[in-house]
Design a protein around this ligand. Structure first.
Ligand SMILES: [Mn+2]
Length: 316
């Protein structure tokens, strides 16, 4: 396990106006790390802007509310910035900012991430794949900076760790992640509210979508492979959109005996890494949880992905 690079800390310490960014379709760790960093830098007396065009899932909106964070969506928000800090984002092409990564080229860039597939882009990168989440890493960055960490900030970072470890249940739940979580709870993180909002409640629309996912779940003859799909019409018919799609892959994954779950969100069970499988489809992520995007006809994509998943399982 590594600690934040001194040069990276100095970059942040000496910056005056910082653009904080994350990845497209932001999840709780993205909001927790980029949003938490922005709050911490503000508490140090700096100006920090959260650049985040595109939507945030309704379920995660409360995190912006807790942090009183406004999403900046226009390129004008980059004017006057002297540093860009990108969190939880493995690839330049997934950077979620107006004009993407290219628009940041006039700035020094710090890259804080826990994805094994991170290319190490930027002026100063701290990549540690043994960390539970980018939020855990931002906590250590803020500690190195002696930034004041209040209850709001603690809640954002706690939510990022909670979400990426699926409520401290995945194999990335390390002693360190639990220690950081305990420290955040001590500082007033709203532990039960985070769990209630992230795990224990679904909107009526999401509930309707889950019915579709359950109904469409199929199981291979040997019981090692489970998959489900939802067409665009089924997603919009449930009152949902692309921002709502993420955790539904947990439905097929939860079947006993499953080793691989597929929804172009891949999950490996029992320590099986499915990263290579996601990469076959141009995707990426983590060993236990990865994703990919494909354009085309749904049935044809399902056939292609299942073929690759079967072959993948045969070789493991
Ligand atoms: Mn993450």
């Amino acid at each position: 396990m590594s600690t934040p690079d001194r040069m990276l800390i100095e970059r942040l310490r000496t910056a005056r106006v910082v653009a904080c960014l994350g990845h497209e379709t932001p999840d709780a760790d993205c909001l927790g790390s980029a949003g938490g960093l922005a709050l911490g830098l503000r508490a140090m007396g700096k100006e920090a802007r959260l650049l985040m065009p595109g939507g945030v899932a309704r379920k995660l909106d409360f995190l912006l509310g807790i942090g009183d964070l406004r999403r900046e969506t226009e390129a004008a928000a980059l004017a006057g910035c002297d540093l860009a800090a990108i969190c939880d984002t493995a690839k330049e092409k997934r950077v979620n900012g107006p004009g993407g990564y290219a628009a940041l080229q006039h700035l020094p860039i710090v890259n804080i991430d826990h994805h094994a597939t991170n290319s190490g882009y930027g002026t100063q990168a701290w990549i540690d794949a043994t960390r539970s989440s980018a939020s855990e890493m931002v906590f250590e960055v803020l500690q190195a900076l002696d930034a004041p960490i209040d209850a709001r900030l603690a809640t954002l970072i706690y939510a990022g760790i909670f979400s990426d470890t699926q409520g401290f249940s995945l194999s990335n739940t390390t002693p360190r992640s639990l220690e950081v979580a305990a420290e955040l709870a001590r500082r007033g993180a709203r532990v039960s509210e985070v769990c209630e909002r992230l795990d224990r409640s679904v909107s009526c629309d999401e509930f309707a979508l889950l019915r579709v996912i359950y109904a469409n779940t199929q199981l291979s003859e040997d019981g090692a492979l489970a998959w489900s799909s939802a067409s665009y019409a089924e997603i919009t018919g449930a009152g949902c959109n692309a921002d709502t799609i993420d955790d539904q892959v947990e439905v097929p994954r939860s079947i006993e005996g499953i080793r691989v779950a597929v929804r172009m969100n891949f999950r490996g069970e029992g320590g099986l890494s499915i990263l290579a499988l996601a990469e076959q489809f141009g995707g990426g992520g983590h060993h236990a949880a990865a994703g990919a995007r494909q354009r085309g006809e749904l049935r044809e994509i399902v056939t292609r992905v299942l073929g690759a998943a079967r072959e993948f399982l045969r070789t493991r």
